[in-house]
Design a protein. Sequence first.
Length: 353
Amino acid sequence: MDAKLISKKKPAFPINKCLSDYLSKHTRNIKIPIYYDDLLRFQGGLKILDEKGNDTLWLSTYYAESEREEIELSLKKMYTILHADGSDATLPYINIDRIDYCTFGNTKPFRIKVRNILNDNYIYLYIKKADASRIYGLELEHILSPNHINFLVHKNTLIEEHISGIPGDVFIEHDLDLCSAQDKRAIAKEFVKFNERCFVRLLGDMRSYNYVMVLTHDFDKIEYRIRAIDFDQQSYEGNCKVYKPQFLKENNQLVEMTLNVLQAGSIDQYKREERSLLAKRATSNHIRLSELLHCMKKDTISSPDKINQLKRDLFQLTKDINFKKSKNMGEILESALAFVVRNYKNENPYIID
């Protein structure tokens, strides 16, 4: 894929009042004990290298002794707000092992390693600059995908839980060739469905390092699922190919494998299955989805030229006049979801209106 299809630097968009009210209604907007800017006061950091000695673009930070204790206590409280009831009862049993800072990407996140001192189990959480695009992406993932998303927002700070899995680029490089024929067919099926899900809900830039492979062992096989972990490019770019992982060169190996192990009829079947699932989720969650789309339609999360390009692309693809009439990214996404729901109902003779 031509690198020019993806903007080199996407701006962060502020959270407007409509989105803030939506987040408050759905208990996402909560007072927090520490903010992103507080963590920027680190004194320095050490490069974190991978097992081969390569720079991971993460720094292990350290803070002045006078601030470290307060910061760690605030992070412990943050953990209890995100994962429990926010009380102080569990604070004596958890420890902040590490605060890492990423020097790559739009949100420049902090990664916090939280460890239970009683059993040494640990979990990560991320603290980032709040960006309306990413918040819309997280909410749409929660509503329209099979995945539950846990995050909090307050003012300019976004807190997300860690999404577990094998990074897509790592899996493709080290594991894909070792998979059995049956596993490759299962992965191909999931890639087709993931590709379709991203396209319909307009989640862009799913290069292999922006999603993870989740493996679940069943009694006689391994279930594969692909989960997005980066939501910055929700409804931002103009070229509709950006929203299809199949056109990103980092996914070429997965694309070639899919074409080799699946027949065209199977690919079409899996696309229809995923669209049907999206239509069902959009219908069953229509109130919350409508509230979110209402905010998107009142928001500015892209530029006029990108909006015009995307609605032209989608109109040429579908011939649906609603895309041509769309004035912003919120209306384009609403038209895309309405198109899928309408087709699902028209093609399913068992639907009762």
